[in-house]
Design a binder for this molecule. Structure first.
Ligand code: AMP
Length: 309
């Protein structure tokens, strides 16, 4: 059985202005974070674009992780660049500069060898391009997508079309409020699910994430950390870990998705521990297993009656 995950999204160079210092030319991009995270669970295939300045050695490093890079297009020019500045408490950030470069003309082309991939994660790119990917993959078992306020406000029609074509939307609370026009997240979730995706995950940063689906509502906390250095890419690691886990099981059931939430949150927690995706490169399977076990204990109340008799 094919347990691969197809990820479409940005590969980038990021400049990160953090309270701990400024870090330039950090290899990033939503597809990079999501693929590194998912690669702990399943074979990954990525589709994106890089320029002449993107080192072949980086792609080789990704391949060594079981990430197939055949779908990474090489275009003449510079790779997508993003520069962000974080507030001292790391709770908010400002985009200082976005240079689309080769990303400006990006038209995802899914290689023939990727077309039967059973699980698909559409990273945050123009919603029309996300839909164009779905036109090229005949029958995936589960399609998840991310989007952002920029598209919700700028391309509402294309976002509407995207919603009607996906099974699972993974966004943050602010995006859920913007998309639905509702403040209350339970109402917002009902509204968004009416518009297409039967499943919705709302990420809430250090407050965890909430899944809304046919089986009800499921909540996963964020793993409590003493040291947080850089939240960049945490959402992509969450989505990548989630879909990597689902792909590995080959089963898109509600119970699998609930278990996948543990892995997703755990991967998000590793991501923020160091600058850029550094921690994902250094992470070992033993460290991952230990944290998942600690996580499980953290939410295990013992199974007794919660309401006194
Ligand atoms: P996140 O922290 O989850 O928003 O993801 C951060 C990553 O998204 C960075 O590595 C950026 O390179 C990438 N990124 C920022 N803006 C965009 C954009 N407009 N389109 C695609 N990727 C982006």
């Amino acid at each position: 059985m094919d347990t691969s995950l197809l990820i479409v999204g940005s590969l980038a160079f990021d400049d990160l202005e953090m309270p701990s210092g400024t870090y330039v030319d950090v290899v990033g991009g939503a597809a990079t974070y999501a693929a590194l995270s998912a690669s702990f669970y399943s074979p990954v295939r990525i589709v994106g674009v890089v320029g002449d300045d993107f080192a072949e050695a980086t792609l080789e490093d990704l391949r060594r992780r079981g990430i197939d890079t055949e779908g990474v297009e090489h275009a003449p020019g510079k790779t997508f660049r993003w520069r962000g500045r974080y507030a001292d408490d790391l709770m908010s950030r400002t985009t200082l500069d976005t240079q689309l470069n080769v990303f400006a003309d990006f038209q995802p082309k899914i290689p023939v060898s990727y077309r039967d991939t059973p699980f698909v994660l559409l990273g945050n790119i123009h919603p029309a391009l996300q839909v164009s990917v779905l036109d090229q993959v005949p029958k995936p078992m589960l399609v998840a997508a991310d989007t952002m306020n920029f598209w919700i406000h700028g391309e509402p029609k294309a976002v509407g079309e995207l919603l009607s074509r996906i099974d699972l939307l993974v966004i943050n609370d602010e995006e859920a409020r913007d998309l639905s026009g509702m403040q209350n997240l339970v109402k917002a979730a009902a509204d968004i699910r009416r518009r297409g995706p039967s499943r919705l995950i709302i990420k809430r940063g250090e407050y965890g994430a909430v899944l809304f689906d046919e089986a009800g509502i499921f909540f996963i906390p964020a793993y409590p950390l003493e040291t947080v250095l850089d939240p960049t890419g945490a959402g992509d690691c969450f989505a990548g870990g989630l879909m990597g886990y689902v792909a590995r099981t080959g089963d898109a059931s509600e119970s699998t998705l609930r278990r996948a939430m543990f892995f997703a949150s755990t991967m998000g927690s590793f991501c923020v521990e160091d600058i850029g995706p550094r921690r994902l490169w250094s992470l070992t399977r033993d460290e991952l297993s230990a944290r998942i076990e600690a996580f499980r204990e953290m939410v295990d109340y013992g199974g007794g009656l919660l309401v006194p008799e």
